[in-house]
Write a protein that binds this ligand. Structure first.
Ligand code: SF4
Length: 246
């Protein structure tokens, strides 16, 4: 009897969540955007992804804020796995931020070449090291305003470094997985990452901002990949407006 009661409660709760959901397409048709309903849907998506990926976290290797900044700059258009392979040797060769500031450009380019876009990345890394040494006493700055002054740092990198190095969460890091899944899940229609981030920040509770990035990255890697969305095994397929349409 008790078991049946629990079963019924669980399913009544699930049914009430389902019936309260309104997909973005429906919103458009009725032209009545209901932020509360959309917030409920987003919260339910996050809840399920947390259950699915309880260990979701950053995959880059680093031992201090500067190494995290270097690894994040290198991760643009490159897999975390490849970045970790490169930084395993890089962090042994360049022991401190001063080593990067005085590094020969061509030598550094060759050291990071496998990560792609190596000329630009090398220029940004030496530029970042010099600015941080001259303006911030060699410490990676800990505010959004300051870190955005550093060469090679836009909002995604800033959010990754502030959140993982200092526990400071001022936004949501939008990488390629977060961007793609935000669209598929109907959380944003914007074409620029900064605008997608704003949409997410307006819907997702602040306490989940940091974690959301790593939940969506895990889901993007494991289930909702760019080329193949496995909607049949997706834990949020009943909440996703793109389910079985990708
Ligand atoms: S239902 Fe399909 S498109 Fe939607 S998040 Fe899941 S795998 Fe991606």
């Amino acid at each position: 009897m008790v078991l049946f009661g629990l079963y019924r409660q669980k399913h009544e709760k699930a049914a009430s969540i389902k019936t309260s959901l309104v997909y973005p397409n429906d919103f458009e048709k009725s032209n009545q955007v209901n932020r509360v309903e959309e917030g409920n849907r987003a919260r339910e998506i996050i809840k399920r992804l947390k259950e699915e990926y309880p260990e979701a976290k950053i995959a880059l290797d680093f031992s201090d804020p500067w190494e995290l900044l270097v690894a994040t700059i290198l991760s643009a258009q490159c897999t975390d796995k490849k970045v970790n392979e490169v930084t395993a040797g890089l962090f042994k060769k360049y022991r401190s931020i001063d080593d990067y500031a005085v590094a020969g450009q061509e030598e550094l380019e060759q050291d990071i070449r496998p990560t792609g876009f190596f000329r630009n990345k090398a220029k940004n890394i030496t530029g970042a090291a010099r600015l941080i040494l001259s303006d911030y006493n060699g410490e990676v700055p800990g505010t959004m305003e300051e870190i955005l002054r550093v060469p090679g740092v836009a909002r995604k990198t800033a959010n990754v470094v502030l959140g993982n190095a200092y526990g400071i969460v001022e936004g949501i890091a939008v990488d390629t997985h977060v961007f793609r899944l935000s669209h598929r899940l109907g959380l944003s229609k914007e074409r620029q990452p900064d605008k997608v981030e704003k949409d997410l920040m307006s819907t997702i509770p602040r306490k989940d901002w940091f974690h959301l990035t790593y939940l969506l990255i895990e889901h993007g890697r494991n289930v909702c990949a760019a080329k193949l969305a496995r909607c049949d095994i997706c834990v949020v397929n009943d909440l996703c407006p793109s389910a079985f349409k990708v």
